[in-house]
Design a binder for this molecule. Structure first.
Ligand code: PTJ
Length: 247
């Protein structure tokens, strides 16, 4: 890749794009992941490529859910593995959550490559290789989960999700935390907590909130969760995108 100058106005976006490209070359990210990233970039551009206040609030609520959970799982796909491997490991450490590989375009080779990649970035126990349980009502590869992972979790973080699984997990009664730059996507619309932000900003932000809330009493965490208005968060993101104020 050509060297991107430090002061380039679109440096962050270009570095992110390069990471996705490298993910495809390493067999971690699917080719469709390139397309998904392009779609995400367009929304991010309209958001001003920053964490808007409603997304920051949602990240704090997601942190509270992860800390309150009996068994939380962070679901990792090919885009997430390429973009934020260190950050996912740090979030798991800060909240005690498990990490599980779950793919839309699933091949055993890719699951193994992603698990290995996460281990290289410090993950100790990566789930998703057993695939000994199924999410009811889903007929594609994303239904394959670990019985002691996503299947039995009460809280699941599902970044860059497709709408079908988001709905199926919600139907299983799980609390779903979604990171998606498109506030109108079915997954964002279905989530208990939609974080409309770029994954590269959202995951470290949830970790920072989890660290700040770590010693908070249970009642305070429950208060954070109860005060959240998901409809208002989605509406704020949509307003920002449609408002188009790119100063
Ligand atoms: O690795 P796999 O096989 O599981 O496949 C992963 C992809 C992402 C290819 C698959 O889940 C897919 O096709 O997803 P969709 O239906 O394209 O949805 C992806 C959503 O993520 C879209 O709403 C995008 O706007 C959003 N998105 C893309 N890049 C980012 C993002 N959201 C946050 N941060 C990003 N960097």
């Amino acid at each position: 890749m050509a060297e991107i100058p430090e002061g380039h106005p679109r440096r962050d976006s270009l570095v992110t794009r390069h990471r996705i490209e490298a993910g495809v070359e390493q067999g971690i990210t699917s080719k469709q992941g390139l397309v998904a990233q392009g779609r995400g970039e367009a929304f991010d551009y309209l958001l001003g490529e920053e964490t808007i206040p409603s997304a920051d609030e949602a990240a704090r609520v997601a942190a509270a859910h992860l800390l309150l959970a009996e068994h939380a799982v962070l679901s990792v796909n090919g885009n997430v593995a390429a973009l934020v491997p260190d950050e996912v490991v740090a979030l798991a450490a800060a909240t005690g959550a498990d990490v599980e590989v779950n793919l839309f375009n699933r091949t055993e080779e890719r699951v193994r490559a992603i698990a290995e990649h996460l281990r290289e970035h410090g993950a100790t126990d990566v789930k998703g290789l057993q695939a000994d349980a199924r999410i009811p009502g889903l007929d594609h590869e994303r239904a394959k989960v670990d019985a002691d992972g996503i299947y039995s979790a009460d809280v699941v973080l599902v970044p860059l999700e497709d709408g079908d699984r988001a709905e199926a997990l919600a139907a299983m009664g799980k609390t779903e935390l979604v990171v998606d730059l498109n506030p109108l996507s079915r997954s964002a619309q279905t989530a208990a907590v939609p974080i409309v932000d770029n994954i590269v900003r959202a995951v470290p932000n949830v970790t920072a909130h989890a660290e700040a809330l770590r010693d908070a009493p249970r009642e305070e965490l429950e208060g954070v969760v109860e005060a959240f208005d998901r409809e208002a968060a989605l509406a704020a993101a949509e307003r920002r995108i449609r408002g188009g104020d790119l100063d």
